[in-house]
Write a protein that binds this ligand. Structure first.
Ligand code: HEM
Length: 470
């Protein structure tokens, strides 16, 4: 077995200068384990504890890498034209594999994230209006209310750590989409997610059976923990829906839209099961990811005090009501996009090919797995200049690079692009601005936070920022 490759991208942040910054605070991915002739056990262990560790050093250089594992072909695609082929031009030839349905399904049921074909098309049409730019603009006050809650907690002495970002992101989703501000429910939902993932040890961790399974319910006897989780999670989702009975609002939210939706042909309301699945999906898809974006943005700005000052200066002259608007806050938006480049909250997009195809010059056979990793593409040495450095200015003047740029895909691309991208960026803008207006963020004492990918990219420890009042 080859030894692990040396650490990639150990260059320090280009602009690190101030006394508060640690002397050597590199933005480093973990040591990748070479994949050319890996021990299958080592690959599998990495897969369940930290997906980032499964990438070979050469994966940061090459357009595509083919591997065989458990009798299956896996094609890892970095080439932007190949990515476009899979996610955009021939997107409907690629579906989510059984392993994804098994691990994520207990969170979402048959909601938008995991359905396919006509069912998916209909669902997307029915919820799209809730995420239109004008609707998201109307949600900024909910984001501001969640941010105010975070600031109150910090004033009372709570730490600013990954848990604080989870709480504010979940609060924002629950308020904005479901007009639900119950702290008890929020904490129960967070507790359930912790139980499911619990750093790669909960029922959500990927097992060998997930990789062998051809259907979502194969090896059902091994899925007891996930079934229990699903029952508890959906009981909370039902409580979110039930809490709405008889509550009236001036501005209808997403749940109002789902409850009021009628089938264009039959005039029937949406089935209760679809409403449940959608509520579950938006809670699950919307909060972990944005919590990670917030954490890593705060982390990078704490490591780069000069950039933090520039963002603060932009905020100082502006009206907080505009903090979620990219046009009004170009530096803030650039910092958020650069954060998503370095730490894309969803580091892997996996598909199963339905029919033969050719991608990045490589043949794809029906049944092959195709993996696209925003983490790899965003740190690819042939696609980015100085890929390991935090340089938000690369996104200045390109507020929507996440939609336009083929080598930048934190929200994926094509018909199945993240429906909540605008929501997440606006929410992160409002919450981060509200923090930075009141406080200077300083790095925690001790070693840097290392990224670990189990579903999303999280820090490897309960990293608590040091804070100074502004
Ligand atoms: C920083 C925050 C976020 C990131 C990085 C992110 C990333 C992604 C990615 C990469 C996908 C594609 C997954 C795939 O096709 O395999 C996706 C899909 C999705 N996201 Fe997000 N997301 C974020 C926030 C949100 C928010 C706030 C919501 C909703 C409130 C949301 C809801 C969804 C849904 C429903 C899908 C499935 C869309 C479809 O298949 O039609 N996401 N997201």
């Amino acid at each position: 077995m080859r030894r692990p490759a040396p650490l990639l991208g150990c260059r320090p942040v280009a602009t690190l200068s101030a006394v508060d910054a640690p002397a050597a605070a590199p933005l480093v991915p973990p040591a990748p384990v070479p994949l050319r002739r890996p021990s299958p056990w080592r690959f599998f262990r990495s897969l369940r504890t930290d997906v980032l560790g499964t990438f070979a050093e050469e994966a940061y250089e090459r357009p595509a890498i083919r591997n065989r594992f458990l009798g299956r072909t896996f094609l890892l695609v970095n080439d932007p034209a190949g990515i476009r082929r899979v996610l955009v031009d021939n997107a409907f030839n690629y579906v989510k594999p059984a392993s994804t349905l098994r691990v994520i399904g207990p969170f979402t049921g048959d909601g938008l994230l995991l359905t396919e074909g006509d069912e998916w098309r209909g669902q997307r049409r029915r919820v799209a209006h809730g995420f239109a730019p004008a609707r998201v603009r109307g949600l900024h006050p909910s984001f501001a209310a969640a941010a105010a809650g975070l600031n109150r907690a910090l004033d009372a002495g709570a730490p600013l750590d990954p848990g604080a970002f989870e709480a504010v992101a979940l609060d924002a989703v629950l308020r904005a989409l479901f007009s639900d501000a119950s702290p008890d429910r929020r904490e129960r939902l967070r507790g359930l997610v912790r139980r499911y993932l619990s750093d790669g040890r909960g029922p959500g961790r990927i097992g060998m059976h997930d990789l062998f399974a051809r259907r979502p319910d194969d090896f059902a006897f091994l899925l007891r923990g996930r079934r229990r989780f699903r029952a508890d999670w959906f009981a909370e989702v039902d409580a979110v829906i039930a809490a709405r009975a008889g509550v009236s609002r001036d501005v209808p939210d997403l749940l109002d839209g789902l409850l009021a939706a009628r089938d264009a042909e039959t005039g029937e309301p949406l089935p209760a099961a679809e409403i449940r699945a959608q509520v579950a999906t938006f809670i699950a898809a919307g909060f972990e990811t944005t919590a990670r974006l917030l954490f890593w943005a705060a982390y990078l700005l704490a490591l780069d005090p000069a950039e933090q000052d520039r963002v603060h200066a932009e905020l100082a002259g502006g009206d907080p009501a505009d903090d979620g608007d990219a046009a009004a806050r170009p530096r803030l938006r650039a910092a958020l996009q650069e954060t998503l480049r370095l730490y894309p909250a969803a580091p892997i997009v996996t598909r199963r090919a339905l029919a033969d195809d050719e991608v990045a010059g490589e043949p794809v056979r029906a049944g092959d797995r195709v993996t696209i990793s925003p983490w790899l593409v965003h740190r690819h040495r042939r696609l980015w200049d100085d890929p390991a450095a935090f340089r938000p200015e690369r996104f200045l003047g390109r507020p929507n690079a996440f939609l336009a740029d083929d080598a930048f895909l934190p929200f994926s691309k094509g018909p199945r692009v993240c429906i909540g991208a605008g929501f997440a960026l606006a929410e992160a803008g409002v919450v981060l601005a509200s923090l930075l207006r009141r406080r200077r963020l300083l790095p925690a004492d001790g070693p840097p936070a290392m990224p670990v990918a189990v579903v999303s990219i999280r820090p490897d420890r309960p990293y608590a920022f040091r804070l100074l009042a502004r």
